[in-house]
Design a protein around this ligand. Structure first.
Ligand SMILES: Nc1ncnc2c1ncn2[C@@H]1O[C@H](COP(=O)(O)OP(=O)(O)OP(=O)(O)O)[C@@H](O)[C@H]1O
Length: 331
Protein backbone atom coordinates (compact mmCIF):
# COMPACT_ATOMS: atom_id res chain seq x y z
CA UNK A 1 0.00 0.00 0.00
CA UNK A 2 1.10 3.57 -0.49
CA UNK A 3 1.15 7.01 1.02
CA UNK A 4 -0.77 9.34 -1.31
CA UNK A 5 0.04 13.02 -1.54
CA UNK A 6 -1.78 15.73 -3.46
CA UNK A 7 0.47 18.76 -3.79
CA UNK A 8 -1.14 22.09 -4.75
CA UNK A 9 -3.66 20.37 -7.01
CA UNK A 10 -5.98 22.63 -9.01
CA UNK A 11 -8.55 21.43 -11.54
CA UNK A 12 -10.79 23.77 -13.50
CA UNK A 13 -13.75 23.07 -15.76
CA UNK A 14 -14.41 26.31 -17.67
CA UNK A 15 -15.39 28.86 -15.03
CA UNK A 16 -15.71 26.27 -12.27
CA UNK A 17 -12.70 25.58 -10.07
CA UNK A 18 -13.49 22.04 -8.95
CA UNK A 19 -10.27 21.80 -6.89
CA UNK A 20 -8.46 24.87 -5.69
CA UNK A 21 -4.82 24.39 -4.66
CA UNK A 22 -5.50 21.26 -2.61
CA UNK A 23 -2.60 19.79 -0.63
CA UNK A 24 -3.25 16.68 1.40
CA UNK A 25 -1.15 13.76 2.60
CA UNK A 26 -2.94 10.47 3.08
CA UNK A 27 -0.68 8.35 5.27
CA UNK A 28 0.02 4.76 4.25
CA UNK A 29 -2.76 2.61 5.70
CA UNK A 30 -5.10 5.54 6.39
CA UNK A 31 -8.85 5.45 5.76
CA UNK A 32 -9.63 8.97 4.58
CA UNK A 33 -13.22 10.10 4.21
CA UNK A 34 -13.88 13.18 2.09
CA UNK A 35 -16.85 15.22 3.24
CA UNK A 36 -18.66 18.10 1.62
CA UNK A 37 -21.94 18.81 -0.13
CA UNK A 38 -22.61 18.23 -3.83
CA UNK A 39 -20.07 20.03 -5.98
CA UNK A 40 -17.44 20.37 -3.22
CA UNK A 41 -14.85 18.46 -5.28
CA UNK A 42 -14.87 15.00 -3.70
CA UNK A 43 -15.20 12.94 -6.88
CA UNK A 44 -12.70 15.18 -8.67
CA UNK A 45 -10.18 14.44 -5.90
CA UNK A 46 -10.59 10.68 -6.44
CA UNK A 47 -10.24 11.13 -10.20
CA UNK A 48 -6.98 13.03 -9.72
CA UNK A 49 -5.57 10.19 -7.62
CA UNK A 50 -6.82 7.52 -10.03
CA UNK A 51 -5.35 9.16 -13.11
CA UNK A 52 -8.74 9.15 -14.87
CA UNK A 53 -8.35 12.93 -14.92
CA UNK A 54 -5.29 15.15 -14.59
CA UNK A 55 -4.67 18.35 -12.61
CA UNK A 56 -4.29 21.70 -14.39
CA UNK A 57 -1.73 22.56 -11.74
CA UNK A 58 -0.02 20.58 -9.03
CA UNK A 59 0.87 16.91 -8.78
CA UNK A 60 -0.08 13.60 -7.20
CA UNK A 61 2.56 11.38 -5.57
CA UNK A 62 2.45 7.78 -4.35
CA UNK A 63 5.20 7.10 -1.82
CA UNK A 64 6.97 10.23 -3.00
CA UNK A 65 6.91 9.18 -6.67
CA UNK A 66 5.17 11.50 -9.13
CA UNK A 67 2.20 9.92 -10.90
CA UNK A 68 2.03 12.65 -13.54
CA UNK A 69 2.90 10.45 -16.50
CA UNK A 70 1.28 7.22 -15.28
CA UNK A 71 -2.02 5.82 -16.55
CA UNK A 72 -4.72 4.54 -14.16
CA UNK A 73 -3.61 0.95 -14.63
CA UNK A 74 0.05 1.82 -14.07
CA UNK A 75 -0.95 3.56 -10.83
CA UNK A 76 -2.51 0.27 -9.66
CA UNK A 77 -5.57 1.79 -7.99
CA UNK A 78 -8.80 -0.11 -7.35
CA UNK A 79 -11.90 1.99 -7.79
CA UNK A 80 -15.54 1.60 -6.82
CA UNK A 81 -17.89 4.21 -8.15
CA UNK A 82 -21.59 4.80 -7.54
CA UNK A 83 -22.52 3.46 -10.93
CA UNK A 84 -21.63 -0.21 -11.16
CA UNK A 85 -19.47 -1.23 -14.05
CA UNK A 86 -19.92 -4.99 -14.30
CA UNK A 87 -19.60 -7.21 -17.34
CA UNK A 88 -23.28 -8.04 -17.90
CA UNK A 89 -22.70 -11.32 -19.77
CA UNK A 90 -20.45 -12.73 -17.03
CA UNK A 91 -21.54 -14.45 -13.83
CA UNK A 92 -20.90 -12.96 -10.41
CA UNK A 93 -18.02 -15.42 -9.98
CA UNK A 94 -16.38 -14.39 -13.25
CA UNK A 95 -16.94 -10.70 -12.60
CA UNK A 96 -15.19 -11.06 -9.26
CA UNK A 97 -12.37 -13.13 -10.74
CA UNK A 98 -11.85 -10.80 -13.70
CA UNK A 99 -9.26 -8.45 -12.16
CA UNK A 100 -7.20 -11.47 -11.06
CA UNK A 101 -7.20 -13.12 -14.50
CA UNK A 102 -5.01 -10.46 -16.05
CA UNK A 103 -2.28 -12.34 -17.95
CA UNK A 104 0.32 -10.12 -16.29
CA UNK A 105 -0.60 -11.34 -12.82
CA UNK A 106 -0.46 -15.08 -13.63
CA UNK A 107 -2.51 -15.86 -10.53
CA UNK A 108 -3.12 -19.63 -10.10
CA UNK A 109 -6.81 -20.64 -10.48
CA UNK A 110 -7.07 -22.07 -6.95
CA UNK A 111 -5.92 -18.77 -5.43
CA UNK A 112 -8.39 -16.87 -7.61
CA UNK A 113 -11.14 -19.20 -6.53
CA UNK A 114 -10.42 -18.88 -2.81
CA UNK A 115 -10.13 -15.07 -2.96
CA UNK A 116 -13.38 -14.82 -4.90
CA UNK A 117 -15.15 -17.07 -2.40
CA UNK A 118 -13.84 -15.11 0.58
CA UNK A 119 -14.87 -11.74 -0.86
CA UNK A 120 -18.29 -13.06 -1.92
CA UNK A 121 -18.94 -14.28 1.62
CA UNK A 122 -17.90 -10.99 3.19
CA UNK A 123 -20.22 -9.14 0.82
CA UNK A 124 -23.07 -11.62 1.39
CA UNK A 125 -23.33 -12.46 -2.29
CA UNK A 126 -21.97 -16.03 -2.31
CA UNK A 127 -25.43 -17.52 -2.97
CA UNK A 128 -25.62 -15.59 -6.27
CA UNK A 129 -22.21 -16.71 -7.55
CA UNK A 130 -23.58 -18.36 -10.72
CA UNK A 131 -26.07 -15.62 -11.61
CA UNK A 132 -25.37 -13.39 -14.56
CA UNK A 133 -24.72 -9.77 -13.56
CA UNK A 134 -27.91 -8.76 -15.38
CA UNK A 135 -29.96 -10.94 -13.01
CA UNK A 136 -28.96 -8.95 -9.91
CA UNK A 137 -30.64 -6.14 -8.03
CA UNK A 138 -28.95 -2.74 -7.85
CA UNK A 139 -27.63 -3.41 -4.37
CA UNK A 140 -26.24 -6.81 -5.41
CA UNK A 141 -24.49 -5.27 -8.42
CA UNK A 142 -22.99 -2.69 -6.13
CA UNK A 143 -21.65 -5.41 -3.85
CA UNK A 144 -20.05 -7.18 -6.81
CA UNK A 145 -18.41 -3.87 -7.80
CA UNK A 146 -16.97 -3.56 -4.30
CA UNK A 147 -15.85 -7.20 -4.50
CA UNK A 148 -13.97 -6.61 -7.73
CA UNK A 149 -11.90 -4.00 -5.94
CA UNK A 150 -11.40 -6.11 -2.81
CA UNK A 151 -9.99 -9.17 -4.64
CA UNK A 152 -7.08 -7.00 -5.74
CA UNK A 153 -4.02 -5.80 -3.92
CA UNK A 154 -3.71 -2.22 -5.16
CA UNK A 155 -1.59 0.75 -4.02
CA UNK A 156 -4.76 2.51 -2.99
CA UNK A 157 -8.50 1.91 -2.95
CA UNK A 158 -10.77 4.73 -4.16
CA UNK A 159 -14.46 4.44 -3.29
CA UNK A 160 -17.17 6.94 -4.20
CA UNK A 161 -20.27 6.35 -2.06
CA UNK A 162 -19.98 2.58 -2.41
CA UNK A 163 -22.69 1.75 0.12
CA UNK A 164 -25.25 4.38 -0.82
CA UNK A 165 -27.51 2.08 -2.85
CA UNK A 166 -27.76 -0.57 -0.11
CA UNK A 167 -30.47 -0.96 2.51
CA UNK A 168 -29.76 0.15 6.08
CA UNK A 169 -29.02 -3.31 7.50
CA UNK A 170 -26.60 -4.30 4.74
CA UNK A 171 -24.96 -0.89 4.87
CA UNK A 172 -24.34 -1.31 8.59
CA UNK A 173 -22.92 -4.85 8.05
CA UNK A 174 -20.66 -3.78 5.19
CA UNK A 175 -19.40 -0.75 7.08
CA UNK A 176 -18.01 -3.11 9.68
CA UNK A 177 -16.63 -5.55 7.08
CA UNK A 178 -14.96 -2.89 4.94
CA UNK A 179 -13.40 -1.27 7.97
CA UNK A 180 -12.02 -4.56 9.24
CA UNK A 181 -10.66 -5.58 5.81
CA UNK A 182 -8.99 -2.19 5.50
CA UNK A 183 -7.39 -2.28 8.92
CA UNK A 184 -6.32 -5.95 8.68
CA UNK A 185 -4.65 -5.40 5.34
CA UNK A 186 -3.33 -1.94 6.22
CA UNK A 187 -4.90 -0.59 3.02
CA UNK A 188 -4.80 3.06 2.04
CA UNK A 189 -8.34 4.07 1.20
CA UNK A 190 -9.94 7.30 0.00
CA UNK A 191 -13.66 7.22 0.46
CA UNK A 192 -16.46 9.62 -0.42
CA UNK A 193 -19.69 9.60 1.53
CA UNK A 194 -22.53 11.84 2.64
CA UNK A 195 -23.21 9.49 5.53
CA UNK A 196 -21.97 10.88 8.84
CA UNK A 197 -22.03 7.52 10.57
CA UNK A 198 -19.76 6.08 7.88
CA UNK A 199 -17.43 9.02 8.33
CA UNK A 200 -17.29 8.80 12.11
CA UNK A 201 -17.01 5.02 12.35
CA UNK A 202 -14.71 4.18 9.45
CA UNK A 203 -12.34 7.09 8.97
CA UNK A 204 -8.91 7.43 10.47
CA UNK A 205 -8.86 10.90 8.88
CA UNK A 206 -11.49 13.23 7.46
CA UNK A 207 -10.92 15.85 4.76
CA UNK A 208 -13.52 18.62 4.64
CA UNK A 209 -13.94 20.18 1.21
CA UNK A 210 -15.70 23.48 0.61
CA UNK A 211 -16.11 24.59 -3.01
CA UNK A 212 -12.88 22.96 -4.09
CA UNK A 213 -10.80 23.97 -1.08
CA UNK A 214 -9.62 21.61 1.63
CA UNK A 215 -10.65 23.54 4.74
CA UNK A 216 -9.76 20.99 7.42
CA UNK A 217 -7.96 17.64 7.58
CA UNK A 218 -7.70 15.62 10.78
CA UNK A 219 -9.05 12.68 12.73
CA UNK A 220 -12.87 12.53 12.94
CA UNK A 221 -12.51 13.38 16.61
CA UNK A 222 -10.36 16.45 15.94
CA UNK A 223 -12.85 17.72 13.39
CA UNK A 224 -15.79 17.01 15.68
CA UNK A 225 -14.20 18.51 18.77
CA UNK A 226 -12.11 21.25 17.25
CA UNK A 227 -13.74 22.48 14.03
CA UNK A 228 -12.13 25.47 12.30
CA UNK A 229 -15.38 27.00 11.07
CA UNK A 230 -19.16 26.78 11.13
CA UNK A 231 -18.90 24.92 7.83
CA UNK A 232 -16.53 22.26 9.21
CA UNK A 233 -18.53 21.96 12.45
CA UNK A 234 -21.72 21.35 10.46
CA UNK A 235 -20.25 18.43 8.48
CA UNK A 236 -20.16 16.04 11.46
CA UNK A 237 -22.68 15.35 14.21
CA UNK A 238 -26.25 14.12 14.19
CA UNK A 239 -28.35 16.06 15.16
CA UNK A 240 -26.40 18.94 13.69
CA UNK A 241 -24.61 21.55 15.75
CA UNK A 242 -26.84 24.47 16.81
CA UNK A 243 -25.64 27.78 15.37
CA UNK A 244 -27.17 30.72 17.26
CA UNK A 245 -26.53 34.44 17.80
CA UNK A 246 -23.36 34.80 19.89
CA UNK A 247 -25.04 36.73 22.73
CA UNK A 248 -28.15 34.57 23.08
CA UNK A 249 -26.97 33.32 26.47
CA UNK A 250 -25.29 36.55 27.57
CA UNK A 251 -21.76 37.86 27.13
CA UNK A 252 -19.84 36.71 24.04
CA UNK A 253 -16.13 37.18 23.22
CA UNK A 254 -15.12 40.21 21.13
CA UNK A 255 -15.71 39.71 17.43
CA UNK A 256 -18.03 36.72 17.89
CA UNK A 257 -21.26 36.78 15.90
CA UNK A 258 -22.33 33.15 16.38
CA UNK A 259 -22.19 30.57 19.12
CA UNK A 260 -22.01 26.90 18.14
CA UNK A 261 -23.44 24.31 20.53
CA UNK A 262 -23.36 20.60 19.89
CA UNK A 263 -26.68 19.06 21.03
CA UNK A 264 -24.90 17.24 23.86
CA UNK A 265 -23.21 20.46 24.99
CA UNK A 266 -26.29 22.05 26.48
CA UNK A 267 -26.76 21.97 30.24
CA UNK A 268 -30.37 21.48 31.30
CA UNK A 269 -32.07 22.87 34.41
CA UNK A 270 -30.29 26.21 34.65
CA UNK A 271 -29.89 29.30 32.47
CA UNK A 272 -32.26 30.86 29.95
CA UNK A 273 -35.83 29.52 29.58
CA UNK A 274 -36.69 27.64 26.38
CA UNK A 275 -39.99 26.09 25.34
CA UNK A 276 -40.14 22.39 24.52
CA UNK A 277 -41.63 22.15 21.04
CA UNK A 278 -41.31 18.44 20.42
CA UNK A 279 -39.95 15.36 22.19
CA UNK A 280 -38.51 12.84 19.73
CA UNK A 281 -38.02 9.41 21.29
CA UNK A 282 -35.48 7.28 19.39
CA UNK A 283 -35.22 4.40 21.86
CA UNK A 284 -31.66 4.74 23.12
CA UNK A 285 -31.85 8.51 23.12
CA UNK A 286 -34.44 11.25 23.21
CA UNK A 287 -34.09 14.49 21.28
CA UNK A 288 -35.63 17.71 22.50
CA UNK A 289 -36.57 20.37 20.00
CA UNK A 290 -36.66 23.65 21.86
CA UNK A 291 -37.52 27.21 20.96
CA UNK A 292 -35.84 30.32 22.36
CA UNK A 293 -37.37 33.50 20.95
CA UNK A 294 -37.30 32.85 17.23
CA UNK A 295 -34.48 30.28 17.45
CA UNK A 296 -34.71 26.52 17.32
CA UNK A 297 -32.35 24.54 19.49
CA UNK A 298 -31.92 20.77 19.45
CA UNK A 299 -30.54 18.88 22.39
CA UNK A 300 -30.40 15.30 23.63
CA UNK A 301 -31.68 14.04 26.93
CA UNK A 302 -32.33 10.96 28.98
CA UNK A 303 -34.30 8.31 27.04
CA UNK A 304 -36.96 8.22 29.78
CA UNK A 305 -37.49 11.95 30.18
CA UNK A 306 -40.90 13.02 31.49
CA UNK A 307 -40.76 16.29 29.55
CA UNK A 308 -43.58 16.98 27.11
CA UNK A 309 -44.35 19.63 24.50
CA UNK A 310 -45.21 23.10 25.85
CA UNK A 311 -43.12 22.82 29.03
CA UNK A 312 -40.35 25.26 29.86
CA UNK A 313 -36.77 24.08 30.33
CA UNK A 314 -33.85 26.27 31.38
CA UNK A 315 -30.68 25.72 29.35
CA UNK A 316 -27.14 27.05 29.27
CA UNK A 317 -24.09 26.42 27.07
CA UNK A 318 -21.39 23.94 27.93
CA UNK A 319 -18.18 23.92 25.85
CA UNK A 320 -19.46 26.44 23.28
CA UNK A 321 -17.57 27.44 20.13
CA UNK A 322 -17.60 31.04 18.94
CA UNK A 323 -17.39 32.11 15.29
CA UNK A 324 -16.89 35.46 13.58
CA UNK A 325 -19.00 36.99 10.83
CA UNK A 326 -17.19 34.99 8.13
CA UNK A 327 -17.90 31.73 9.97
CA UNK A 328 -14.32 31.17 11.18
CA UNK A 329 -13.79 29.86 14.67
CA UNK A 330 -12.34 32.46 17.03
CA UNK A 331 -12.77 30.76 20.39
N1 LIG B 1 -16.24 16.73 -16.33
C1 LIG B 1 -16.70 17.89 -15.81
N2 LIG B 1 -17.08 18.91 -16.59
C2 LIG B 1 -17.52 20.08 -16.08
N3 LIG B 1 -17.64 20.33 -14.75
C3 LIG B 1 -17.29 19.34 -13.91
C4 LIG B 1 -16.81 18.09 -14.37
N4 LIG B 1 -16.53 17.30 -13.29
C5 LIG B 1 -16.83 18.05 -12.20
N5 LIG B 1 -17.28 19.28 -12.55
C6 LIG B 1 -17.67 20.35 -11.64
O1 LIG B 1 -16.71 20.46 -10.63
C7 LIG B 1 -17.30 20.68 -9.35
C8 LIG B 1 -16.91 19.57 -8.38
O2 LIG B 1 -17.51 18.35 -8.81
P1 LIG B 1 -17.34 16.97 -8.05
O3 LIG B 1 -18.07 15.93 -8.85
O4 LIG B 1 -15.93 16.73 -7.72
O5 LIG B 1 -18.15 17.26 -6.70
P2 LIG B 1 -18.58 16.23 -5.57
O6 LIG B 1 -18.15 16.86 -4.28
O7 LIG B 1 -18.05 14.89 -5.86
O8 LIG B 1 -20.17 16.24 -5.66
P3 LIG B 1 -21.24 15.01 -5.52
O9 LIG B 1 -21.42 14.83 -4.06
O10 LIG B 1 -22.45 15.56 -6.19
O11 LIG B 1 -20.65 13.82 -6.22
C9 LIG B 1 -18.80 20.76 -9.60
O12 LIG B 1 -19.16 22.13 -9.72
C10 LIG B 1 -18.97 20.03 -10.91
O13 LIG B 1 -20.10 20.53 -11.60
Amino acid sequence: MAEVELRNVTRRFGDVTALDNVSMTVPDGAFVVLLGPTGAGKTTTLRMVSGLDLPDEGEVFFDGRSMASLTPSQRNVAMVFQQYSLYPHLTVRDNLAFPLRSPLLKTPEEIISSKVQMVAEVLQIAHKMDNKATALSGGEMQRVSIGRALVRDPSVFLMDEPLSSLDAKLRADLRVELKSIQSERGSTLLYVTHDQIEAMTMATHVGVLDRGRLVQFGTPREIYENPVSIYAASRLGQPRINILPADLFGHAPNGATHIGLRPEHIRQGEGIPATVQRVERLGDQTRLHLRMDSHEVTTVTDAHTELTGGETLRISPQNPYFFDASGDRIF
